[in-house]
Design a protein around this ligand. Structure first.
Ligand SMILES: Nc1ncnc2c1ncn2[C@@H]1O[C@H](COP(=O)(O)OP(=O)(O)OP(=O)(O)O)[C@@H](O)[C@H]1O
Ligand SMILES: [Mg+2]
Length: 149
């Protein structure tokens, strides 16, 4: 498990960028944490690793799935608006078309789909410690690969 103390949004973006550089097609990243803990901020950093402008990554008030035409395709999923997720509801979203395969999928509010995510998903947890401080843990990434970046 990799553990960080982020001291502000830029730190969190940088951690996201580093994670992004390690991702391979088919990887699924679940982001876990309460409202306003920095999940979308991290997605901006991950997306930069695929050449996506961070301004293109926004909180999904209406869109649950945003896809980017990168190689590999990058998919930002935000399950916040899904209330009581059931498998058919997630099926109807077309979620499974993006999970695995050749895409990179990053999922905010992954707790809502936890039961159905692949077992080898990468898990990132945000724990707010203070106004600017977040404890961020990353599970499912080889620490050696991370340190070699
Ligand atoms: N260390 C930090 N890392 C990330 N964001 C931080 C940090 N410190 C303060 N913030 C602030 O916290 C907020 C995080 O917002 P963000 O939209 O990323 O949260 P979120 O987890 O995606 O929330 P939601 O559940 O609503 O999608 C931003 O306003 C950001 O400036
Ligand atoms: Mg968000």
């Amino acid at each position: 498990m990799i553990k960080y103390l982020s001291k502000g949004p830029d730190d969190t973006k940088e951690i996201g960028y580093r994670l992004g550089r390690l991702l391979q097609p088919g990887d699924v990243v679940g982001l876990y944490g309460e409202l306003g803990t920095g999940k979308t901020i991290m997605v901006k950093g991950v997306a930069r690793a695929f050449g996506i402008d961070e301004r293109e990554i926004v909180s999904a008030s209406f869109t649950i799935i945003s896809g980017y035409d990168t190689i590999p395709p990058f998919i930002h999923i935000d399950l916040y608006r899904i209330e009581e997720p059931e498998e058919p509801e997630l099926d109807a979203l077309g979620l499974w078309e993006y999970i695995g395969g050749d895409c990179i999928a990053v999922i905010e509010w992954a707790e809502k789909a936890e039961r159905w995510l692949p077992e080898d998903s990468i898990k990132v947890t945000f724990n707010p410690i203070g106004e600017l401080i977040r404890e961020i843990t990353i599970e499912g990434i080889d620490e050696k690969d991370w340190n070699n970046l």
